[in-house]
Ligand binder design. Structure first.
Ligand SMILES: Nc1nc2c(c(=O)[nH]1)N[C@H]1C(S)=C(S)[C@@H](COP(=O)(O)OP(=O)(O)OC[C@H]3O[C@@H](n4cnc5c(=O)[nH]c(N)nc54)[C@H](O)[C@@H]3O)O[C@H]1N2
Ligand SMILES: Nc1nc2c(c(=O)[nH]1)N[C@H]1C(S)=C(S)[C@@H](COP(=O)(O)OP(=O)(O)OC[C@H]3O[C@@H](n4cnc5c(=O)[nH]c(N)nc54)[C@H](O)[C@@H]3O)O[C@H]1N2
Ligand SMILES: [Mo]
Length: 802
């Protein structure tokens, strides 16, 4: 099967800029997907693989978490889903010979595109302290070393265990059990950088950390507000659902600083209309908002609705408010007090237009608000999302058909991972059930989230780091700080499918464990195993890979974790304790006297389960899940029948709100929005069309008219002129930030080409992860702690050599 050899690093000198597209998807998208698939997999494997994506007996697409429609198309995938699959199902391999050929220094000289292109990891590898190259290691040696290292720590909190959202439910459940059995809640995950703000706001106000709509609700909505999201690139299958809603008469309002292609017009490649008739115009109204202006927009909507209601329009659902909510009076007062002038300044939208948008909400019989990173990655994201909830509560738009909140999740199982307990702040009810099921006592103290984990590494408090998937070094903010922090850790372990930066920027010693992905056949204990995942709308279904694994020498995530649990918790294994601190006198961090740590470990005990059996029969893990997590009754029988399990959702199912007061909560939030100093720009860091987070698929951002390059900064043409630059100039981006102590800090990302783009005045955009170096570690959202990747103050600086 012929595949093309990997391409070289991106040569930014070849960059070409043309007009952005107005239409998303269509036939060019399908052609591009097939091209990438053929390059990575050859033709036969491409066809075999792509036909299985999201089919009832196939595998769950690793591309995104948007749910499947009940009636599935033969090819239930999209361009970017196909690219995600091709990345994993590639025939290229990274084995021992590759690592013998390339030193760490050599690998570090390549960009993320080149690293990701090299292929699938096939063999466990270790990097000895001070070594220039990784060398092969056996599974037994690698896993024993990890277990020994953990056992030798002074305190379980010296270990941190990261998770990215592709991990299956079964693996996630075992992983959190391993970590809690070991004695810590240090379980940071990619969600901390993603929808944590949604979880925080929704938990407080609705008593659930997830959305409250199903796919049917999307189809039945009367009005869909899609804010801070670029579905044409990041959730292309969502466009089909929006198209369906539209065909039933729904209106769509897109709220975005950028006129993103998919939101404007969509050509469905699976319908004749899409292919031949130029597709559907999706957004009825495009609201070009300033970065960080969404709280003001939703306050404006709320204010207008309340004003109209007071004037006798009868549009507020007072019965719903009286029966199901609290806090209304304070919210009403706050909206009366907030001046229109401020709302206009924050959004950049005139009052008349704000009122016209609000009138659309007034008229709609059922409204859904969908959002993604444009709303979650700001300092004031949590209050912004509370104000989204306020607006929906006004008209009783929670817990009825066609209405509700719809945070559109990113990674294909990021929501399931949280349901399985991957969370640094676990709920007491979950821990109590875990204790009962496995006869031990899980730790109660909160663990580190992602930003806290980096601080702990930086401060020398972390001696062990394990990544269950993901690319911690490239995905997190403040790249230089993170790289130094990572290098301080004694042992770093990455469980991965593909090569990435986190394999070359490592702790003093590093282990790579290659792992099976979604598309790979997983045979254990003489039978094919399946796993389960949960989509963005709380529906759980099974996934089974069909392709021959990249090598015979690979394990599944479940197998790795079950073996580690066996080593740490099998009868005779002692819980981690601190016999003495003599082994590490230089660390001087004997925070807990040794005796106390030993007593704590003794009291905790270890989880009890038949670890070997779990490794060879994943159904047994599902039984444990069913016993611990509510909503999984008859789990195995239901997935046997190919059914989807719809997890219980109090607000949606019965207008039941598990908040402190038992009611949905209106909140009064002071208006916040970013202030941009003169001569500076507010930068958002976002995804191109050819990448999956830190994995760069290709060199183009087709819809935005950027080809053969990624180091671009999109700026309004008037700002370019006013700042004294010209289109095409190459500049450094310098971020400016006053830290928590008030001290001024600068960070630099070098050599970005200026591109004139339709972004609001004062706002700019550039790709992540190249710009993560600009995001200060301590610049996080209030309450949720999410890095503020969508609001970084920068100045453009002419390069000295120009
Ligand atoms: N192909 C592909 N699919 C993916 C991913 C991928 O990288 N590639 N990543 C997955 C993951 S983990 C996630 S979380 C999702 C991410 O999905 P998105 O959130 O769509 O991803 P971003 O590229 O960060 O885009 C942010 C969007 O919000 C807009 N925006 C930025 N700031 C603001 C603001 O202040 N207000 C408003 N209203 N809009 C704003 C931007 O202009 C942009 O359109 O996609 C998932 N799916
Ligand atoms: N500046 C800025 N930073 C951001 C964001 C932003 O918008 N701007 N977005 C944030 C968001 S929303 C997210 S979700 C994070 C993403 O953060 P991560 O989830 O940590 O990053 P990914 O790039 O998705 O991880 C890719 C790696 O996962 C591994 N992998 C893929 N599939 C599997 C699998 O099935 N099993 C295992 N074990 N490994 C696998 C591969 O080795 C691959 O190299 O980044 C965040 N960082
Ligand atoms: Mo994400």
């Amino acid at each position: 099967m012929a595949t093309k050899p990997p391409a070289s690093d991106i040569d930014e000198a070849r960059l070409r800029v043309s007009h952005p597209k107005r239409v998303a998807v269509g036939v060019p998208a399908v052609m591009h997907a097939l091209e990438i698939s053929y390059e990575q997999m050859g033709v036969a494997r491409s066809v075999q693989t792509l036909l299985r994506v999201n089919q009832k007996d196939g595998f769950d697409c690793p591309g995104c978490a948007w749910p499947e429609e009940d009636k599935r198309h033969l090819a239930e995938f999209c361009e970017n889903g196909a690219k995600a699959v091709a990345e994993e199902a590639t025939l290229r391999r990274v084995g021992p010979e590759f690592f013998a050929e390339h030193s760490i220094e050599d690998l570090n000289g390549h960009d993320d595109y080149w690293l990701g292109q090299q292929g699938r990891l096939t063999h466990p590898m270790v990097l000895d302290e001070g070594a220039t190259h990784y060398r092969p290691i056996s599974w037994d040696d690698a896993l024993s070393e990890i277990a020994d290292h953990l056992q030798a720590l002074d305190d379980p909190d010296e270990a941190t265990f990261y998770t990215s959202g592709r991990t299956s439910n079964e693996a996630a459940f075992l992983y959190q059990l391993l970590v809690r059995g070991f004695g810590t809640n240090n379980l940071p995950d990619c969600s901390n950088m993603c929808h944590e703000s949604s979880g925080s706001a929704l938990n407080e106000t609705l008593g659930i950390g997830k959305g409250t709509v199903s796919i049917d609700d999307i189809h039945e909505a009367d009005l869909l507000i899609v804010a801070g999201q670029n579905p044409g690139t990041n959730h292309p299958r969502m466009l089909s659902a929006l198209e369906k809603a539209k065909s039933r008469g729904a209106r769509i309002i897109a709220v975005n600083p950028l006129p993103e292609a998919g939101l404007v017009r969509f050509e469905n490649p699976q319908t004749v209309k899409g292919v031949l008739l130029g597709g559907t115009k999706l957004a009825d109204r495009f609201v070009q908002i300033r970065l960080g202006g969404d709280q003001a927009l939703f306050q404006a909507i709320g204010k207008h609705i309340l004003e109209q209601d007071a004037a006798g329009a009868g549009i507020v659902d007072h019965d719903f408010i009286a029966e199901h909510t609290d806090g209304f009076d304070a919210y009403r007062q706050a909206m009366a007090d907030v001046p229109w002038r401020e709302l206009v300044a924050a959004t950049g939208i005139p009052e008349k237009k704000l009122r016209a948008i609000a009138d659309e909400v007034v008229r709609a019989k059922a409204t859904i608000v969908c959002w993604a990173m444009g709303l979650t990655q700001h300092k004031h994201s949590v209050p912004t999302l509370r104000d989204v909830v306020n607006v929906l509560l006004l008209q009783g738009n929670i817990g009825r058909a066609g209405a509700g909140v719809c945070p559109v999740r990113g990674h294909s199982n990021v929501q399931g991972d949280r349901t399985m307990g991957i969370y640094e702040k676990p709920a007491e009810a979950f821990l109590a059930a875990l204790d009962e099921e496995f006869s031990f006592t899980a730790p109660r103290e909160q663990g580190y989230d992602t930003v806290e984990a980096i601080r702990a590494m930086r401060d020398g408090k972390t001696r062990f780091f394990m990544g269950m998937g993901g690319n911690f070094v490239s995905a997190t903010p403040d790249t230089e700080v993170v790289e130094d922090a990572m290098r301080r850790v004694d042992l770093t372990v990455q469980v991965s499918t593909k090569l990435n930066r986190s394999h070359v920027v490592t702790g003093k010693r590093a282990i790579i464990l290659p792992v099976l992905g979604r598309t790979d056949r997983d045979r254990r204990g003489g039978r094919e195993q399946r796993v389960t995942v949960e989509d963005s709308m709380g529906a759980v279904h099974s996934s089974r890979g069909r392709l021959a694994p990249p090598s015979e020498d690979m394990l599944s995530e479940v197998a790795i974790l079950a073996r580690l649990c066996g080593m740490l918790f099998a009868p005779g294994a002692e819980p981690v304790e601190a016999p003495s601190h003599d082994g590490h006198p230089e660390r001087g961090q004997a925070e807990r006297p040794a005796g106390e740590a030993a007593d704590a470990a003794e009291a905790r005990g270890v989880p009890h389960a038949d670890w070997e059996a779990l490794e060879t029969d994943y159904a047994l893990i599902r039984t444990h899940i069913q016993n611990v997590v509510p909503g999984f009754d008859d789990f195995e029988q239901r997935i046997d029948k190919g059914r989807t399990l719809h997890l219980p959702n109090g607000p949606r199912d019965a207008r039941r709100f598990a908040t402190a007061s038992g009611k949905a909560r209106f909140t009064a939030n002071p208006l916040e929005y970013p202030r941009i100093p003169r001569g500076r720009l507010l930068l958002q860091t976002l995804r191109s069309h050819d990448q999956y987070n830190t994995t760069v698929y290709g060199e183009d951002d087709r819809y935005r008219g950027i080809r053969h390059g990624r180091r671009v900064v999109l700026v309004n043409q008037h700002d370019i002129a006013e700042l004294g630059f010209a289109e095409g100039d190459v500049v450094d981006l310098v971020s400016e930030w006053a830290g928590p102590d008030g001290a001024f800090q600068e960070r630099r990302a070098s050599e970005f080409r200026i591109v004139a783009y339709r972004t609001p005045r004062g706002n700019a955009a550039a790709y992540y992860p190249e710009t993560n170096v600009l995001v200060p570690l301590d610049s996080v959202a209030d309450v949720s702690g999410t890095p503020t990747s969508k609001s970084v103050i920068v100045r453009l600086e002419r390069r000295a050599d120009d």
